[in-house]
Design a protein around this ligand. Sequence first.
Ligand SMILES: [Zn+2]
Ligand SMILES: [Zn+2]
Length: 275
Amino acid sequence: MKTGQNLHMHSLWDDGRNSCREMLDACRREGLASGGISVHSPMPFPSDWTIGSEQLSGYLQELDGLRRELYPGFRVLCGIEWDVLSTGVDLSLFDYVIGSVHYLPVWEIPPSVDNTPEELDETIRYYFDGDADKAAECYFQELLKVAADPHVRICGHFDLLLKFNEHLELFNPESTRYRKAALYALDALLDAGKVIEVNTGAMSRGWRSVPYPEMFWLRHIRDRGGKVILSSDAHSISHVTFYFEEAEELLRSCGFESVVELSPSGEFVPVSLRS
Ligand SMILES: [Zn+2]
Ligand SMILES: [Zn+2]
């Protein structure tokens, strides 16, 4: 079986910069055997980075067309990156669901955790009395919804909270409370059999020098026999396999010998890391 897959990519249907066709073409050029678009799910409050509910049928139709028309030997998958605060989306319509937390639910229009370091800093001050561990506890509590949803197969960017930490140290991921909250969520995800994504998206945007999750968590996943999948969270054609080789090297150094890919039968199957 030809391998190489990226299931976490965005397009013009949300905040991506290229069409679905262009993204999938780029995957094929990069030598991947399959690719999936994972549109940001609609939110119940104004958001300029997600698809609208009324556009979902158009998205499904486009992917269906591409799936039938696009290149023999390359498999097209139609996914969704579901935010836990999304409502009214039938998740059974998609080939796979990535479950993600982008907001802290402290207000009816909740603050996002990955917009800008300044906004996140302000959120911690304003909503959490400056207690970053409290904000982390809130985030990881939300992540339990990803663990609990039966449609979700993959956990997106596990420690997204650390997106800006190399730029502005808002969180101390080694603090007792942070670790406890993160570990509880990670164990819940692993207990539920979710695949944990190794996501290079913040690296392509220049925020981080390593993928999510942190190595500490990767080793824990390895020790528990958990499954990981490679993704670039690409928003443009230049990032479809961004930092994949280095991420594989990192995984090897954490004791992994394989990642998983979504097979045509809908199962996640192990694929050896390249040597
Ligand atoms: Zn996301
Ligand atoms: Zn994404």
